[in-house]
Design a protein around this ligand. Sequence first.
Ligand code: NAD
Length: 497
Amino acid sequence: MSTIPHWIDGARTTGVSSRTSDVFNPATGEVAAQVVLAEQADVDLAVSSSLKAAQSWSESSLSTRSRILFEYRHLLHTHRDELAAIITSEHGKVLSDAAGEVQRGIEVVEFACGIPQLLKGEHSEQVSRGVDAYSLRQPLGVVAGITPFNFPVMVPMWMFPIAIATGNTFVLKPSERDPSASIRLAELFGQAGLPDGVLNVLQGDAFAVNALLDHPDVSAASFVGSTPIARHVYSRGTAAGKRVQALGGAKNHMVVLPDADLDVAADAAVSAGYGSAGERCMAISVVVAVGETGDALVEKIASRTRDLHPSVLPGTDPSAQMGPLVTGVHRDRVRSYVDAGESAGASLVVDGRGYAPEGAENGFWLAPTLFDHVTRDMTIYTDEIFGPVLTVVRADTFEDALELVNANPYGNGTAIYTGDGLAAREYQRRVHVGMVGINVPIPVPMAYYSFGGWKDSLFGDTHVHGAEGVKFYTRAKAVTARWPQQHGVNLGFPTHG
Ligand code: NAD
């Protein structure tokens, strides 16, 4: 049985950890490896390595950082298939989906390559006689990143390329469910010329997270995960005086207006609902069928959902469209929601329970499942299920649909399907959600925009990557400089003139 270690100071190490956690191959259900779980001494070692590295890294020139990032981008491209295979082996998603995830991570590195441009400050000459004013953005020091299982490459890469480009050092605490990709990401960054200690990977569970949040030498934390943990991380980190951005869970609604092309909408709902087995924070989990669209739309979604069942296969199978869920525990939890939806009286249109591909019966399978006539009091509507379960809620009017979406405590992503530009514009303007798709089911912003939800989907006030990422990982300084120096005491309040 192999052991997945930490990556500290440019080397693999198992540290002092005596605790481990099983890492599964979700397609076979077998334990594939054990990951070490950090103890306090491991946390201290990783943070002190990062603190030491921060002294010289924060002094490195912008061109040095940019050059290393360009080389890293090249290496990531070269190793894209290898990284995708690592993701599939521990997460279960199909290889093409995993390769897409790597691509979206690379795009953040491409954004970070432009750091000399991104860190340009403002400058005002002659704000008073002989006085100039300008602004600087400087690194924070050691930043911690805590990431979820569902994007073991992309989500860490939303964070560390920008944190490092802006002169910080970074301790990444990946999900203990699929921890191997992070090690490879750090190794490749080292190969690209990143000095030891600038990116450390600390394997662990809640203990490591809390120890990082409490650590006096950690200045800030970026978190992505479920809402209860995001809330905890935000309050514990800010109570310890740190800057924190904590992205939480989601319940993303796709509103389909009566004028929409129902085939297009059904394709989108199925793709966005079941892609990556619904284990995406931007997955569509609720379709809101407005007006008379309901029956026809559900029929079209149902036939596509049934058609998908035979292509629920191990992620390495070239004909797989959807893989297994990440662990048996998670699969059982998702299945229990299907049981609950049925008991609550929702119409179970397509049932994915009991499915397993031939020859892989012990994997963590649950085929795409569809519910209709779901109401807002049912747990399949109120809770984030995070699995291949799509629910349809009926709404009489556009206003009813909008009210439903806005009443939901989550506000990560949403989509509207319509050919009516005015309705789309009204929706975009009035919906209380951070990322909106107009005839786009998964509106994940490009790396040069910023990603983040509203309400219980994000705690803190900055989104990740893009300009807000640069802002989060730096603090502002405003300088007022006078040349030549001025003689004479003056107790008056400084004004210009
Ligand atoms: P999770 O909240 O269980 O775990 C996230 C991280 O927190 C992991 O590194 C884990 O080790 C750590 N953690 C778990 N329990 C903890 C505790 N009690 N105290 C401190 N740390 C703890 O999330 P997950 O199951 O790995 O990922 C799925 C969740 O992430 C879903 O809710 C999904 O919506 C969300 N997610 C959100 C976004 C977004 O951008 N908003 C993106 C991806 C995933």
